[in-house]
Design a protein around this ligand. Structure first.
Ligand code: G4P
Length: 546
């Protein structure tokens, strides 16, 4: 309590020193913090690379490309991550474009890493959904989309691979509407698809960006039209291509509403762009429009449904990712913080909400691969890495004055469970340390139980790969070989403290890291049966405080 009071007083004196500053507003308004969501192979890596090229971060682009091998076997994936250190060691890439500062959040690409990806999305103000024009809406896209929608994160769609055979474009738009439940509003319309793909037409200003295939690549140029019936279109494009383009556009203009910024911000519509990332086609047009429509980090959601004003509120931020052993030489842990309000300055004293004490934010970095640069100041929407000697956990909020009640991070109930044991008694200590630190990163759930698993720690994940990576990291980073034994459960439900005494002794009772009780079930049927037999116990899909 004393600590809390001291922390508060200190933090308040800092706040007074931080005068309201015109530049906070300017800096906030020019920022766009976003994440790309996609099913593996849709072109997320390629698009990221091209976006960085436009941002002038050319030297980074090749490194991003190397990440694509994540899709290979686990071991290759781990090697790749270590070697290139991109996905693991960078939470956000910052680049400038046309007077704007773009923070592109890095979302791990592998399907099994969904939980980490989901959490990262919470730090984004906009999501870019990349679809493969030949495949449409795929399973991973649906999951990620739902997280964005639940959070009220507006979504911009980029339909990629237009140079390849595509699904019927109206079927694609229909799929977005039916499967995802959001109206798709094309901002541009393609002229031809696949081998006939010849360019895109901007509905807003009636200009055309042409896509000319040339031996060894493609070229683009743009020209203004007076509209869809401009005779210049006939002279520039093949007859059959322009004929069907005109028919399609008539359907679009007749049946699909215009873009509305309000509807977009309310996630009622998703503006749709078409292009080809690998051919660097349609990206600039997309980016130019994106910076206009994507919201700046102006209002972060609070628990009570209201919003935090980043300009008038003194510095605050929250931890959305914790990463151990980012740099093998440093052997440290890094907590990634998203600034939600005010200006961050290195050395700032802040109040740590969970610990109730004052902490100094002295070691703040921006990362790319193994490189780290000290960050001296940051603004709302920016991501900074803080050296974490165990001070920060995912979901922690820090602030110079009152700690804001930010809307919490979603917790996902694991669906796969296993016991984990050390296979080398000599490394027991580092095994325990590793388990603790890696669980703190949030890469999987850690439970203990007196009834199941023979007293061994129980790990819970959403995918098998999470287990593999966990074991691998225990070995590599903590020198702790381990064995895992899969448990038969597939469902976990939390229960409140008040129901604990009512749980029958036959139940599969476990306790999570936060000391909260949960029950594990083999199947939905088992869960239903339990609920029927024990109607007085409330089964929660998420931990009580989440
Ligand atoms: P991901 O991060 O979403 O998993 O996808 P990634 O960018 O790695 O792209 C997956 C594959 O799709 C890559 O091919 C990439 O080159 C290709 N691709 C991306 N955008 C386009 C596009 O607009 N048109 C076409 N035709 N292909 C595209 P790959 O065979 O896996 O690698 P590579 O050898 O071609 O580099």
């Amino acid at each position: 309590k004393e600590n809390l009071e001291r922390g508060r007083n200190k933090a308040v004196s800092e706040t007074v020193a931080q005068k309201p500053n015109q530049s906070i507003e300017e800096e906030t308004r020019r920022r766009r913090t976003f994440a790309i969501i996609a099913h593996p192979d849709a072109g997320k890596t390629t698009l990221t690379e091209k976006l960085l090229l436009y941002g002038g971060a050319i030297q980074l682009a090749g490194a991003v490309k190397a990440r694509k091998n994540r899709k290979a076997a686990t071991s290759d994936w781990m090697e790749m991550e270590k070697e290139k250190g991109i996905s693991i060691t960078s939470a956000a890439l910052q680049f400038e474009y046309s007077g704007h500062v773009l923070n592109l959040l890095d979302t791990p690409g592998h399907e099994d890493f969904s939980e980490d990806t989901y959490r990262t999305l919470i730090a984004a103000d906009t999501a870019v959904m990349v679809l493969d024009a030949g495949k449409g809406v795929e399973p991973q896209t649906i999951k990620l989309f739902k997280v964005c929608r639940d959070r009220g994160i507006p979504i911009v769609t980029f339909i990629n691979k237009m140079d390849r055979p595509t699904k019927n474009l109206f079927v694609l738009l229909d799929e977005i509407e039916k499967v995802l439940g959001i109206a798709a509003v094309p901002m541009v319309w393609p002229i031809g698809t696949g081998v006939d793909f010849s360019g895109v037409y901007s509905r807003k200003d009636k200009s055309i960006l042409t896509y000319d295939k040339t031996p060894g690549g493609s070229q683009k140029s743009s020209f203004q039209t007076s509209g869809v019936n401009d005779p210049e279109l006939d002279s520039r494009f093949e007859d059959w291509v322009i004929k069907s383009f005109r028919e399609e556009l008539e359907l679009v203009e007749g049946g699909i509403s215009e873009f509305s910024q309000e509807d977009f911000l309310e996630s009622k519509i998703t503006p749709v762009f078409f292009g080809s990332a690998v051919n660097n086609f349609g990206i600039q047009l997309f980016l130019d429009e994106f910076i206009k429509i994507a919201p700046p980090p102006l209002f972060f959601p609070l628990k009570d449904g209201s919003r935090l004003d980043p300009i008038t509120t003194p510095f605050s931020g929250f931890i959305f990712k914790v990463q151990a052993n980012m740099n093998r030489q440093h052997r440290d842990r890094i907590a990634f913080l998203r600034v939600t309000s005010g200006k961050f300055e290195r050395g700032l004293n802040v109040l740590h909400g969970r610990l109730g004490k004052s902490v100094k934010l002295s070691s703040s970095f921006a990362f790319f691969g193994q490189d780290r640069n000290t960050v001296d100041e940051a603004y709302p929407g920016d991501i900074i890495g803080l050296v974490n000697p165990g001070t920060y956990a995912i979901g922690d909020i820090v602030a110079t004055s009152k700690v804001p009640d930010l809307k919490g991070l979603p917790v996902f109930a694991p669906e796969l469970f296993a016991t984990i044991s050390s296979s080398d008694t000599a490394s027991m200590k580092s095994f325990r340390k590793g388990i603790d630190q890696l669980a703190e990163e949030g890469i999987l759930h850690l439970f203990s139980s007196q009834t199941i698993g023979g007293g061994l720690p129980i790990i819970g994940a959403m995918g098998q790969l999470q287990f593999e990576v966990f074991r691998r990291r225990l070995l590599d980073e903590y020198n702790a070989p381990s064995t895992i034994t899969i448990l038969p459960y597939a469902i976990s439900c939390w229960i409140g403290q008040e129901d604990l005494a009512k749980v029958p002794s036959s139940a599969n009772l476990v306790t999570d890291r936060g000391g909260r009780a949960a029950l594990l079930f083999d199947t939905e049927w088992d869960k239903g049966y339990f609920q029927k037999k024990n109607p007085e116990i409330t089964l929660l899909d998420y931990p009580p405080s989440a």
